[in-house]
Design a protein around this ligand. Structure first.
Ligand code: HEM
Ligand SMILES: [Cu+2]
Length: 248
């Protein structure tokens, strides 16, 4: 599903971006409450943000992270994965530290020796870490959806015989439409991100590709072959999808 910010990001990514900004601002508001010594309201505000963010992590960020996590550490050479990995690692730290602070400040669950006494430095550190993670999250959004290489526009081209290459990138096949003669081998070459190439009619299907890997299929019968990325598209030309038209 396409997002609503007009950047080419997914709907979930756009929603997450706005929600994360709202939560970051709510934490700053919560800090002001503490300054005004309204500690009960402060505690409720910060704890609520922590919990809501767990939902955003579970629904959007953790699945996106798990999709490329098996490729680590090799994938770190790619800026696309590197920024998201730094973000995710610090994000996990921020979330755990936040949960710890909520447990100490808001409950009696932890034994005395595991509790901190001086609240200010812990809470300041958490707020600073949180905003660092938020900014690196914005950086992730930029690299994934806004950077020039994420934005190459799909266009149709006619290509003749032999062998043609389709670039697989975030989040498009370039060209989206290719016309080839019967007997042509099409090579889909991944140059950014994790993707797959799957025929809508299941006549061909790649493994999950990572940057630098490719998948080939030779078309021996004329026809119109619609395909899509199993991670970012769907049959019927939705989102990350393409068509190979094979003529006699
Ligand atoms: C303090 C906690 C966190 C904050 C403030 C935060 C903030 C953000 C923001 C603003 C974005 C950009 C919007 C987007 O692309 O969805 C983002 C994306 C992302 N974050 Fe986080 N995040 C946090 C924790 C985490 C954690 C714990 C993980 C992973 C375990 C994580 C992994 C990701 C990934 C993989 C993306 C790209 C998601 C996508 O676009 O599909 N984040 N984050
Ligand atoms: Cu894809």
């Amino acid at each position: 599903m396409k997002g609503f910010l007009g950047t080419g990001a997914t709907f979930h990514a756009d929603l997450n971006l706005l929600a994360q900004f709202a939560m970051g601002l709510a934490l700053l508001g919560g800090m002001l409450l503490a300054r005004k010594k309204r500690f009960a309201a402060h505690g409720i505000c910060q704890a609520t943000v922590m919990l809501l963010n767990l939902v955003a992590i579970a629904l959007v960020m953790w699945p996106s992270f798990r999709a490329f996590e098996p490729q680590l550490p090799g994938a770190l050479r790619d800026r696309y994965f590197a920024v998201a990995t730094v973000h995710a690692t610090l994000g996990i730290a921020a979330e755990l530290l936040g949960i710890y602070i909520v447990l100490v400040a808001g409950t009696n669950i932890l034994p005395q020796r595991l509790r901190f006494q001086r609240w200010k430095p812990w809470m300041r550190a958490e707020l600073a870490l949180w905003w660092l993670v938020l900014l690196i999250g914005v950086g992730t959004y930029y690299v994934w959806y806004l950077a020039p290489e994420a934005k190459a526009t799909p266009r149709a081209t006619a290509m003749p015989v032999g062998r043609v290459t389709v670039k697989v990138t975030n989040f498009a096949f370039i060209p989206r439409e290719a016309s080839v003669k019967t007997g042509t081998t099409v090579a889909w070459v991944d140059d950014a991100g994790r993707h797959s190439v799957e025929a809508d009619d299941s006549s061909f299907k790649s493994e999950t590709l990572v940057s630098g890997k490719q998948f080939e299929h030779t078309f021996t019968q004329p026809g119109v072959y619609a395909y899509h990325c199993g991670l970012h598209g769907a049959a019927g030309g939705k989102d990350m999808a393409g068509v190979v038209t094979v003529v006699k």
